[in-house]
Ligand binder design. Structure first.
Ligand code: CUA
Length: 318
């Protein structure tokens, strides 16, 4: 019976043990002080109770050592909590170099997931054990929150922007995926499963699931079917900037500012092309708002990421 009534989620990611250690430290600290304070209240209420020879309380003038003690002990303890928590926060905020990107689009009330190899899932996420996974997430409607208790990671998923989260699962199994932000009447039903598999098993899953083509290939087809390549081409009279080697590069803009070409920038340029016009170009690009869904924008982004800069001299990016 108790297997169906878990009090504490499994610990199945590279950070979950660290999060638990801090949680238990906080619990222990709270329990210690709660017990101490209760005990002192009880003891003092007997010790200093009203007696015939002490009917009116005698005021005391205060004590500097006592004041300093209860300033510096809590200060030290809160700094310990702060530094400890900050270290875990940074570990959770900075993915390692070897991450695999997975894209998540949330909507009322489901999770839509796209793998780089092209597999698409709804409310399920398959990952290999031991591999760092970075989720790039956005929402089609309201704010959701991607929460996997067993990994001790949670990240809000917002419309009109990308949020990211990474984890490295350390134990195979099936884990709960919850939406942790109230998002409408079926919020509580916005649940899913994360399957953590042995690498070989994961390879089998990849091979067996119906992926028509890699994500970037779908993105390339979209790019061509929307005729993006009529303007974004490597020609002197091109009306749009060359996109080869764009990702991660600093882009100079009309008006003097510059911006790093990341997912946010590309998404904005597709939906609101006039917001940031590349230096040396006319504000000519039409918006693709309404024509492209969030999943398709992510496919185009995956494609643009594969366009590596050509060696200097050969079709040099302008
Ligand atoms: Cu989505 Cu709650």
């Amino acid at each position: 019976m108790w297997q169906d009534f878990p009090l504490f989620p499994e610990s199945a990611s590279s950070v979950s043990g660290r999060v638990d250690a801090l949680l238990f430290f906080l619990l222990g600290l709270s329990a210690f002080f709660a017990t101490l304070i209760c005990a002192v209240i009880v003891v003092f209420s007997f010790k200093y109770r009203r007696r015939p020879d002490n009917l009116i309380a005698t005021p005391i003038e205060g004590s500097l050592p006592l004041e300093l003690t209860w300033m510096f002990i809590p200060f030290g303890l809160s700094m310990v909590i702060f530094v400890w928590g900050a270290k875990i926060y940074f570990a959770e905020a900075n993915p390692p170099g070897d991450v695999t990107d997975v894209y998540v689009v949330a909507k009322q009330w489901m999770w839509k997931i796209q793998h780089p190899q092209g597999q698409r899932e709804i409310n399920d996420l398959h990952v290999p054990v031991g591999q760092a996974i970075r989720l790039t997430m956005t929402s089609e409607d309201v704010i959701h929150s991607f929460f996997v208790p067993a990994f001790r990671v949670k990240q809000d998923v917002l419309p009109n922007r990308y949020t990211r989260m990474w984890f490295r699962a350390t134990k195979t199994g099936v884990y709960h995926l919850f939406c942790a932000e109230y998002c409408g009447t079926k919020h509580s039903g916005m649940i899913g499963r994360v399957f953590v598999m042995e690498p070989q098993e994961y390879e089998r899953w990849l091979a067996g699931s119906t992926a028509d083509e890699p994500l970037e290939e779908t993105g390339r087809k979209l790019f061509e079917s929307l005729r993006c390549d009529t303007c974004h081409k490597e020609a002197p009279d091109a009306r749009g900037p060359v996109l080869r080697g764009l990702f991660g590069r600093q882009v100079a803009l009309e008006g003097g500012a510059s911006v790093v070409a990341n997912e946010e920038y590309v998404r904005e340029s597709i939906l609101k092309p006039l917001a940031k016009v590349t230096k040396g170009f006319q504000p000519l690009m039409p918006t693709y708002e309404g024509q492209l869904g969030e999943e398709q924008i992510l496919q185009i982004i995956a494609y643009l990421k594969t366009l590596k800069a050509t060696p200097v001299g050969v079709g040099e990016p302008r």
